[in-house]
Design a protein around this ligand. Sequence first.
Ligand SMILES: *Cc1c(COP(=O)(O)O)cnc(C)c1O
Length: 427
Amino acid sequence: MPFVNIAQQKEVVSFEQAVLAPIGENRGIYFPQNIEKLDKGMFASKDFNTIAVETLYTLTSGELSKEQLKGMINRAFNFPLNVQSLTSRLHVLELFHGPTLAFKDFGARFLAECMAHFNKEKATIVTATSGDTGAAVAHAFHGQPNIDVVILYPDGKISKEQEQLFCTLGDNIRTIKVKGDFDDCQSLVKQAFNDKDVRQTLNVNSANSINIARLVAQVCYYTALPALIDTPIDRLIVPSGNFGNLTAAMIAKSMGAPIGHLVAATNKNDTVPRFFINKQWRPKATQRTLSNAMDVSQPNNFARILYHYQENLDKLFEDMSAVCINEIQTRRTIRHYTQQHYPVDPHTAVGLEAATLPFKSENSNDLVVATAHPAKFADVLEKILQEPIERPSSITDAMQETNLSESMDNDFDDFKDYLLGLNTSNQ
Ligand SMILES: *Cc1c(COP(=O)(O)O)cnc(C)c1O
């Protein structure tokens, strides 16, 4: 039984249970009960898939066989990932070569594999997106039999490219634009999970980064770092919003991956950087920024990080830092790297800017996580750069399609009616 409910630590469940019911008693989310170190020799492997199988086998305590995992990983991670070295000390881990051009393809595609493996009855996935989850989940589940997907996103607060990538698919994918921000969407989803009528009528599941399958999938590219870059990493800088990606990096570090210090880079939604300064958790209203997928003021995954360090909070402040990057810095960084012929999206720019901050020691080998392809934010970049950005065909094709989204107020009763109505329309 490898996963513990962090809000109700007596509740310990299997990987299958945590995947199929991602929220436990007391609205708690799950975390590995023990994080075992990978065999040292494993880090010498130069093969991403080999390390990924070993990582997931260890994290799920052997619940899935290595053979099964191998198949799931080959299908889910069927796109390249690589490290670009911008200087001898500054490297970029490009996680955006999947079908929807953001790192969320890793988690969403592995989750789809897990659902296909474990799910025996018709299920409805209800999820909120601040931009990129929606596309990744929609593409990962599009056409999967027995699974309906409902995606909520904040109206007018994501880029046109992002929206077109997931609101045009149709079939088993339904999209709703909510008059509110991402935290409102997330709250509607949480309420749906806690609603008796909804739970009795639909077999609901979430594809958010709270689902443990997404989290463990993301650990793989961090444990596989030695296969991607020859030098150990002194500082790993992760552009962060809901803090799933940083939590995955923390788990990889605990498994023995050669990662020194972790740096969370946020935009001006800076609940965590302020927590690192004054040790107080004081979320403010969410603010809109250029890096919209990180416009989160109450990051769900931070509770997992606190759980991991519960015995020794001082160690948290030793192992990690958190910095907040403002919009002026983000724009400047986008211009700077475009001039260097390495255009970056606004999220990656937040990470790159954080890498320049003064706590850097001279010889530090820094790795910044590039979370999205620049073309996914082409409209944003073009406004800043006043020059056209090249778009891959996956984007130009999606821009031609009809947007199928419905509009909704930020009102749980409306959302509940919608969900209950789904069931009738399916029968
Ligand atoms: C989701 C997202 C983030 C934030 O990741 P978290 O795991 O939520 O911290 C950063 N950049 C991009 C492009 C994203 O889509």
